[in-house]
Design a protein around this ligand. Structure first.
Ligand SMILES: *[C@@H]1O[C@H](CO)[C@@H](O)[C@H](O)[C@H]1NC(C)=O
Ligand SMILES: *[C@@H]1O[C@H](CO)[C@@H](O)[C@H](O)[C@H]1NC(C)=O
Length: 333
C-alpha cells in the first residue's frame, strides 16, 4: 500500500496542482489523474456499517431515543475530568460512553490528560511531557474541580486503567488523540489486541487526519472519526482570532477554508472514517444529511443545555458529547 502520510501533504500537493493548473492545462490534468490514482490506492475503506453502528449506538441505551450520550472528558462538570471517578460517575448517571483524552508522560506512559500542562486540573504545575509518571501519581487530579472536596485525592489514571474501568462498566469509549500519531497508534493497537471487545465498543477520534491515517494503517479494523471545528486554525474556541496580525489572520483563514474543503471532500475518504465529531454551531439537519449520504455519522459537541439535548434527541437524532449528564452547565470548548 502506498503511503500518503498526512493531510498537510495532500494539501500541499493540491496547492501545487492549483498553481500548475494556471499555467499548463495538460500538466495539470496529468497531475490530477496521478493524484486521484494515489488517493484511490492509499485510502482505507470504512469498516463495515454493522460494526460502526454497533460502536456508535453503544450497549447502554439508558437515555431516550436510541442515540448515544457521551460524557466529555468523562463528564468534567459532574466529576474531575479524565479520571476514574468521572468514568464511574458518568456510568452511574446513565451515559452511553465517555470521551477520554490520550496523552503521554515524559517517560512515555499513556495517561488521560487534556491540556499540555497539569496546571488547570491538578495541584501540580508544568508540562506533561516533562513530568514522569511517578511525579504525576503524586498529584491531586481533583484539586481545581468545583467538587474538589468530594473527589479529593483522585489520581490521573493511566490509559489502561481507564479502559479497563470502561470495559467493566460496559461504556463505549471515544479516544480523543491530540497528537503523537505513531506512539498513539502503537499504544492503541496494543490495547485492541489485549481487549478485542474494544473493536465493538470504541472509536478513535482526532482533529489530526495523520493520527487517524496512522491508526488505520496500524489496524484497519479500528472504527475512527475525524473531529472538526470550522475556523479552528484562525480562531480559538470562543471566536477570538489566534493572531493579532491581520496578515497572519487572513492567511490562517485561507488555510481554514482549505482544511474545511479537504475534510468534507477528501480526508474522510482517505482515512475511511465512520463518524465526524463537529462543533455544534455548524450542525443542522442538512449537514447531518450531507454526511449520511456518505455513510458517515455526525456527533455533536459540546451539548450542555436541556434545550440542546432535546434537539439532539428528538430532532437531529444524532449522538452528542456533553460535560454533564445531570444539569445545564456552561459550555467548554
Ligand atoms: C497535591 O495533593 C496531594 C493530595 O492531597 C498531595 O499529596 C501532594 O503533596 C500535593 N502536591 C503538591 C505539589 O502540592
Ligand atoms: C463483536 O460483535 C460481533 C457482532 O455482534 C460479535 O460476533 C463479536 O463476537 C464481537 N466481538 C467481541 C470481541 O466482542
Amino acid at each position: 500500500m502506498l503511503q500518503i502520510g498526512d493531510g498537510a501533504e495532500i494539501l500541499s500537493v493540491l496547492f501545487a496542482l492549483a498553481l500548475a493548473g494556471t499555467r499548463n492545462a495538460v500538466l495539470s490534468a496529468v497531475l490530477i489523474a496521478a493524484l486521484y490514482a494515489l488517493l484511490v490506492l492509499s485510502r482505507f475503506p470504512q469498516v463495515p456499517a454493522s460494526r460502526s453502528e454497533q460502536v456508535l449506538r453503544g450497549r447502554k441505551k439508558v437515555l431516550s431515543g436510541g442515540i448515544s450520550v457521551i460524557a466529555h472528558r468523562g463528564g468534567g462538570h459532574d466529576a474531575p475530568e479524565n479520571t476514574i471517578a468521572a468514568i464511574r460517575e458518568a456510568s452511574a448517571n446513565g451515559a452511553t460512553g465517555v470521551e477520554l483524552d490520550l496523552e503521554f508522560t515524559a517517560d512515555g506512559i499513556p495517561v488521560l490528560m487534556h491540556d499540555e500542562t497539569v496546571d488547570r486540573t491538578t495541584n501540580g504545575s508544568g508540562l506533561l511531557k516533562q513530568l514522569r509518571f511517578a511525579d504525576l501519581s503524586k498529584l491531586d487530579a481533583a484539586a481545581r474541580h468545583r467538587l474538589r472536596e468530594k473527589f479529593h485525592g483522585e489520581k490521573i489514571p493511566t490509559l489502561q486503567e481507564a479502559v479497563e474501568e470502561c470495559i467493566s462498566l460496559q461504556l463505549t469509549i471515544y479516544f480523543d488523540v491530540k497528537g503523537h500519531p505513531d506512539e498513539a497508534a502503537a499504544v492503541l493497537k496494543g490495547l485492541y489486541k489485549t481487549h478485542p471487545v474494544l473493536y465493538n465498543t470504541s472509536i478513535v477520534c482526532s482533529f489530526e487526519s495523520t493520527v487517524i491515517y496512522k491508526m488505520r494503517q496500524a489496524d484497519p479494523e479500528v472504527v475512527t472519526a475525524l473531529t472538526h471545528r470550522p475556523w479552528s486554525i484562525s480562531r480559538l474556541g470562543d471566536g477570538t482570532p489566534r493572531s493579532s496580525s491581520p496578515w497572519k489572520h487572513h492567511w490562517s483563514q485561507a488555510l481554514d477554508v482549505l482544511q474545511d474543503w479537504a475534510i468534507h471532500h477528501l480526508l474522510w475518504r482517505v482515512c475511511g472514517v465512520s463518524a465526524i465529531l463537529v462543533q455544534k454551531s455548524f450542525i443542522s439537519p442538512d449537514y447531518v444529511q450531507f454526511w449520511a449520504k456518505r455513510g458517515v455519522e455526525v456527533v455533536g459537541w459540546t451539548i450542555n443545555t436541556a434545550v440542546e439535548k432535546q434537539y439532539y434527541q428528538d430532532l437531529l437524532k444524532i449522538n452528542y458529547i456533553t460535560d454533564s449528564l445531570k444539569e445545564d452547565c456552561e459550555p467548554h470548548y
